[in-house]
Design a protein around this ligand. Sequence first.
Ligand SMILES: [Ca+2]
Length: 128
Amino acid sequence: MHVGDLVPLTDIGGKFWTAIAYVSIHDALDRGIFGAIVSGRWDGASGSAQEAECTTSSQSVNFGHLNEIREGGWCSVWIEGIPKKISSVTFTVQNVSHSDLLYVQGDNHDPDGDSIIASDGTSITVTR
Ligand SMILES: [Ca+2]
């Protein structure tokens, strides 16, 4: 089991913005896996790093900005209240756990160009 894709999103309003990272978890055959618990941390916002966790779902995700619906095995983490003067933050996957599968970090990948800064499948920079 490994990260198969990371997709950055932002929500901007007022003085602050929210960074969102969608995480896709794959099995060894690159099929989407639901029920995987992704844990990681956000760095680069004001203050110390923030932990974040989510559980992948069987539902597909409609990425409107990419004009694309992607099959299940996704979850999302976010960090709110980032001051506008900070232009980017980074989410790093630290662990993935599942009742039946082991996390193999070395298999992480991110095949597409849906972020400004390329991701290696382990961390992604979200730019305002
Ligand atoms: Ca990606």
